[in-house]
Design a protein around this ligand. Sequence first.
Ligand SMILES: C[S@@+](CC[C@H](N)C(=O)[O-])C[C@H]1O[C@@H](n2cnc3c(N)ncnc32)[C@H](O)[C@@H]1O
Length: 200
Amino acid sequence: MGSKKKTFSEACERNKAPILEVLSKYTKDKLDLLEIGSGNGQHACFFAENLPNIYWHTSDRRENHSEIQAWIKEKKLSNLKYPLEFEIGKDAFPKQSFDIVFTANTFHIMSWKKVKTLMRLLDKGLKKKNVSVLIYGPFNYHGKFTSESNENFDKLLKSRDPSSGIRSFEDVSSNMLKNNFFLLEDIEMPANNRLLVFSR
Ligand SMILES: C[S@@+](CC[C@H](N)C(=O)[O-])C[C@H]1O[C@@H](n2cnc3c(N)ncnc32)[C@H](O)[C@@H]1O
């Protein structure tokens, strides 16, 4: 197991309660949930602790695993699983069967090409028919930013990586539909974020 120390995300602290409220609605039964791009594992610990009927499977690129492991190790929750190696553009979709997928703040980090790859993999890789996919983060609507802070954030993202940036809600929705997921809900979240809920 990795020896990396835990890091702490202020953003996760701020958005975890409103996200939990939505997740609770979609996780009434005993379900296996795949989280894509678990980051430092902080979200996973909070959600697994507050949704004890869910088996929460973390995943991310290999380089993030030791940090996620450090958070999970400390929590000692039987429904919280060590990270699967799942880097979009590199790895195959995890082999297990999942009932629900959650991802936060990944669509603006990955290139659009990788986002499209992910949407294809969701359709091909998820074994069950009735699967919901919940995507949290900032999105543009009708080609416009929803706030000045999102516009500045987009500039910052692109200065770090020109292939990153806030995605268009319309592009995401139409590509999800192409991959057999229809939009169930588009929920307004604090700080100009959205939670998009798709179902197959
Ligand atoms: C901004 S962080 C978000 C972390 C966490 N979900 C949160 O909301 O705090 C973006 C995450 O996407 C992951 N990521 C970036 N490119 C990826 C890829 N190609 N495949 C899988 N995960 C990726 C990063 O490793 C990182 O954990």
